[in-house]
Ligand binder design. Structure first.
Ligand code: A2P
Length: 339
């Protein structure tokens, strides 16, 4: 099994290497690609240093390609990768809403991955984290309406987002002006209700991704969703406040019990003991933290909850590797080289 990472030098690429090191995915060979700027640099993997190559224009000799170099690269090159026989697990938004491309969170709709035609899309990070927490509740109680407010880390904008937070914070602390480049405004000591571009309906693309992608993953086009996506000055891990109107009433205890059994979830819910989801505790974790579970004061029988999930892991690298692991476990990833 030969695996390739396109975008290996980026924030998600870095996590892909770490997750693959601990993965059950049987990887005989790992190829690393990035922009020509990074060609020749090395990255550690499994005790060795692997050399990064410039991403070629055409096909890549790999069974699985984990792509995380942005939408335009995926859009331009994925068709050639598929034509070359590779299965592409794409972290960009390029194919997520394509009806021929499964959009997969393995704990929620893993089987959809088996219907791929070469490309499987990894959801938007905010969506994947919410889906892990909401899917078990949707199955049990039927979510009718869902209102999400997000608290998203700077690494959602990639390595350059992290660097802008650190550099600007340093400048502000030294009484120097912070020049915004990656974000629309200075991010230190600020919150910015603006992620991606604004659409005609006043919502951003990031907010609409949560709407469209959640419906596709949960397989429920009737689900009513509204989202406000906000960038905050944290390094890593997205948090989300989620309000759910349910078809069948749920008590917080029922929801907690259900979520304790759910794959990919860690219930962290003891407010008296100061235990609730936070970026500082969820960072580096594979599970999505869920807590502050309480009865909605607005929707009778509905729920309010707070989640925190490492968006570079469950929202990106981990989910991508889990899709490949799922395919391999189902015997759907046998390798291209026929005996
Ligand atoms: P590079 O580091 O050489 O620029 P992030 O999301 O953290 O910004 O990372 C983006 C990833 O996509 C990096 O690995 C980056 O490589 C890669 N990338 C950017 N532009 C290209 C390109 N034109 N071809 C291939 N990879 C690219």
């Amino acid at each position: 099994m030969r695996v390739a990472i396109v975008g290996a030098t980026g924030a998600v690429g870095h996590e892909l290497l770490r997750v693959l090191e601990g993965s059950t995915l049987k990887t005989d060979d790992l190829l690393l690609y990035a922009s020509p700027r990074s060609a020749g640099t090395t990255l550690p993997f499994g005790g060795r240093e692997l050399t990064v190559q410039a991403t070629p224009e055409g096909s890549i000799d790999a069974d699985v390609i984990l792509a995380s170099a942005g939408g335009s690269i995926s859009k331009a090159l994925a068709p050639a990768w598929v034509a070359g026989g590779s299965v592409v697990i794409d972290n960009s938004s390029a194919f997520r809403l394509d009806p021929d491309v499964p959009l997969v969170v393995p704990e929620v709709n893993g089987a959809a991955a088996l219907r791929h035609r070469g490309i499987i899309a990894n959801p938007n990070c905010t969506t994947a984290i919410a889906a892990v927490a909401v899917a078990p509740l949707h199955r049990a109680f039927g979510v009718r309406r869902m209102i999400v407010s997000t608290y998203q880390a700077t690494s959602g904008a990639g390595q350059k987002g992290i660097e802008e937070l650190l550099a600007q914070t340093h400048r502000v602390l030294h009484d120097q002006p912070a020049q915004a480049e990656v974000f629309a405004h200075p991010i230190p000591f600020n919150v910015i209700p603006h992620i991606d571009t604004f659409g005609e309906n006043g919502y951003t693309r990031e907010e609409m991704k949560v709407v469209w992608e959640t419906r596709k993953i949960l397989g429920d086009d009737a689900l009513q969703i509204s989202c406000t996506a906000v960038r905050i000055p944290t390094l890593r891990t997205h948090a989300e406040a989620i309000t759910l109107e349910l078809e069948r009433p749920a008590t917080p205890d029922e929801a907690r019990e259900l979520l304790r059994q759910a794959a990919g979830v860690e219930v962290r819910d003891d407010p008296a003991g100061k235990l609730y989801p936070m970026p500082l505790t969820a960072t580096g974790k594979y599970d999505v933290e869920v807590g502050r579970i309480r009865s909605s004061l607005v929707f009778e029988g509905g729920l309010d909850l707070f989640v925190a999930g490492d968006q570079l892991l469950k929202g990106a690298a981990l989910n991508a590797v889990q899709i490949a692991e799922y395919l391999q476990a189902q015997g759907a990833l046998r390798g291209r080289v026929q005996g």
